[in-house]
Design a protein around this ligand. Structure first.
Ligand SMILES: [Zn+2]
Ligand SMILES: [Zn+2]
Length: 266
């Protein structure tokens, strides 16, 4: 069975992603309302009941809003590290706390979920604890890294094994510099534990690219400090400098902030 990927929402107003096959799937992050999640899945003929687990990257509001409801009202097991679980249950943006649906995972240790093998890895960001996910399915590697200030060597090790990569391109350096954010917030976003700029992401991709990387999805674009076209062009241009042709050597897609993507099937 092929792998199917859907972005339900991506950005600071809410993040939620689906990964599965024709029979079942998982969600990564739940930063939008349950009704929105149900509708987006239904529109793609994915039964809500086929969701077997929810994995959380970190405890910021835009990633966890409905995690408690999904866990406690819909009995979907919620996987994350102990620190992230503690942070989530302290966060008032999550109305329902997580008790019976809590599932613990450990960084760099894989969990098997039917045909999926999922390994959380640490990323540098300013949540209580922060992970990306390395997901193996049917000989393919789907790697997921959002909300990270930079890419240290051990993160690069996971990312460079990707066939399919969801990677943050949060802000354009100039837009952030000249934008309306306070100096404090600007500094936070641009810090080593903040977010990736278009240039950071472009440089990383140009450096690690090899032919097994088929698809890159740019995620978590800032509404204030980025434009989808600017992110796309910056990365396309940088890849081109290394003679990597977007559309031929790899596919590049910018995930939309508030509308679902198409359903990708690999
Ligand atoms: Zn976020
Ligand atoms: Zn965050």
């Amino acid at each position: 069975m092929g792998l199917r990927f859907l972005s339900l929402a991506s950005g600071s107003s809410g993040n939620c992603y689906y990964l599965g096959n024709k029979e079942y799937g998982i969600l990564i992050d739940a930063g939008i309302g349950v009704r929105t999640i149900k509708k987006a899945l239904k529109d793609k003929d994915i039964p809500f009941e086929s969701i077997v687990a929810l994995f959380i990257t970190h405890d910021h509001a835009d990633h966890i809003k409905s995690a408690g409801v999904l866990g406690e009202k819909y009995y979907i097991p919620v996987y994350s590290t102990e620190e992230i679980h503690v942070g989530m249950n302290k966060n008032y943006s999550m109305t329902e706390k997580i008790y019976q649906s809590k599932r613990l995972i450990t960084k760099n240790e894989a969990v098997e979920l039917r045909d999926f093998r999922i390994t959380p890895f640490e990323v540098p960001h300013d949540g209580t604890d922060n992970v990306g996910y390395f997901i193996q399915y049917n000989g393919q590697n789907f790697v997921f890294a959002t909300d990270l200030g930079h890419i240290p060597t051990d993160v690069a090790m996971y990312l460079s094994q990707a066939n399919y990569l969801v990677l943050e391109a949060n802000y354009d350096t100039e837009m952030l510099k000249n934008g309306r954010y306070s100096p404090f917030l600007k500094q936070r976003v641009a810090s080593n534990n903040g977010h990736m700029s278009n240039h950071d992401t472009a440089d990383f991709l140009a450096t690690v690219y090899d032919e097994k990387l088929k698809y890159v999805f740019l995620c978590h674009l800032s509404q204030d400090n980025n434009h989808p076209e600017l992110a796309y062009k910056t990365i396309e241009y940088r890849l081109n400098q290394n003679n990597i042709k977007v559309g031929k050597d790899l596919q590049l897609t910018v995930l939309k902030r508030t509308t679902p993507s198409e359903l990708y099937e690999f």
